[in-house]
Design a protein around this ligand. Structure first.
Ligand SMILES: *Cc1c(COP(=O)(O)O)cnc(C)c1O
Length: 360
């Protein structure tokens, strides 16, 4: 079976070496030495000053919302994984969906201003597929209306924009280190901050708002991650340049094989060092997409509909927000298998099956 992705596994002996160290120390979690080492190495790799390794890519969004005291209406994208908008509801705020740009699939920054209400306090946008949002325009609108900006950078590990980590834009950024992502710690995530003044609070928010024996500050949450997860990160991090290079090679193979007279794909910004996180292709209609999906499934090839449906259409979201571009794209886009070790003949076979099922 060929799935949309396959978790990268590092050298087993190296991981076991870390596990033996953990056994020897008997210290399994609570900001242990491996968690601290991973945080230091991630800061260096990403060239960011404040980074907090946490349990997953969702809890970091929740912590970000709390840290910035976000209330009321939050402008967000309908084209993302459901975690992005679920978090807004979970924090008792209201998602206000703003449609996407048809070229980049990111929130259309030109439409944000019109969606601002007196209750709007923040923008929570996703760098979809690791492709940067229009961070300059978003910053301009946010400044003008005094809004906080959080980026869901779950797909953006290692991406630089204009020479800087994409995580350095906005008030806070998050990343997911889930097993399916470009860099992973099995389960995990990180909060990246540009705010030295939030440092103590972010440490505390991650750990119950509690320190030592007697210091209880506020109601925090458990966003911690363990030494075992940090060990996986320490094994994987040195391999990230090779992982990204291997992904790029597969990306280029698809680019060469697929029929671009009929298919299209999102436009990747030219100002970036990209991480090749996903390989989305857009079909002329949902019917063609379903035909292709069926033909691939018959060969045990399972791409995924990243992202479908458009989040504004979910039954538990606020009604009557129409996002025609996102609704249209989400019906027609499929992410193709892309992972380290996917061989060239398979990429060619997948492409041939797709090309052979494009008639309307
Ligand atoms: C994967 C993902 C998340 C959630 O990350 P977890 O680590 O699985 O909690 C959030 N947002 C987006 C856009 C994602 O793709």
């Amino acid at each position: 079976m060929i799935n949309v992705t396959k978790a990268y596994l590092p050298d087993q002996e190296q991981y076991i070496k870390y596990v033996r160290e953990i056994w020897d120390r008997g210290y399994l979690t609570n900001n242990g030495p491996l968690v601290q080492e991973l945080e230091a190495k991630l800061k260096e790799y990403l060239n960011v000053d404040y980074l907090y390794f946490c349990g997953n890519g969702t809890i970091v969004l929740q912590i970000a919302m709390k840290a910035l005291e976000i209330k009321g209406d939050v402008i967000t994208t309908p084209f993302s994984y459901c975690a992005t908008s679920n978090v807004i509801l979970w924090e008792n705020c209201t998602p206000v969906f703003v449609d996407i740009d048809p070229e980049t699939f990111n929130i259309n920054a030109d439409l944000i201003e019109a969606a601002i209400t007196p209750e709007t306090t923040a923008i929570l946008a996703t760098h979809v597929y690791g492709n940067p949002c229009d961070v300059e325009k978003i910053e301009e609108v946010a400044k003008k209306h005094n809004l906080k900006v959080i980026y869901d950078g779950a797909h953006a590990f290692g991406v630089t924009y204009k020479g800087k980590s994409l995580f350095s834009y906005g008030d806070l950024s998050t990343c997911s280190f889930h097993a399916t992502k470009v860099f992973h710690t099995i389960e995990g995530g990180a909060l990246i901050s540009n705010h030295p003044e939030l440092d103590k609070e972010l440490h505390l928010l991650r750990a119950f708002g509690h320190k030592g024996d007697e210091e209880y500050y506020f109601a925090g949450i458990n966003g911690k991650n363990s030494e075992f997860h940090a060990a996986m990160g320490l094994c994987n991090l040195p391999n990230v340049p090779d992982i990204i290079a291997a992904r790029k090679e597969i990306f280029d193979w698809y680019d060469g094989f697929l029929n671009w007279d009929i298919l299209s794909k999102p436009k990747i910004s030219s100002d970036i060092d990209y991480n090749y996180a996903y390989y989305p292709v857009v079909f002329p209609s949902e019917k063609v997409l379903r035909n292709v999906q069926q033909a691939l499934a018959a060969e045990d090839i399972i791409p995924r509909r990243y992202f479908y449906p458009s989040l504004n259409t979910l039954a538990f979201m606020p009604k009557n927000i129409s996002c025609p571009v996102s609704e249209d794209m989400s019906e027609r886009v499929l992410s193709l298998p892309l992972y380290v070790g996917l061989p060239l003949p398979d990429v060619e076979r997948i492409s041939k099956i797709i090309n052979g099922h494009l008639s309307p």
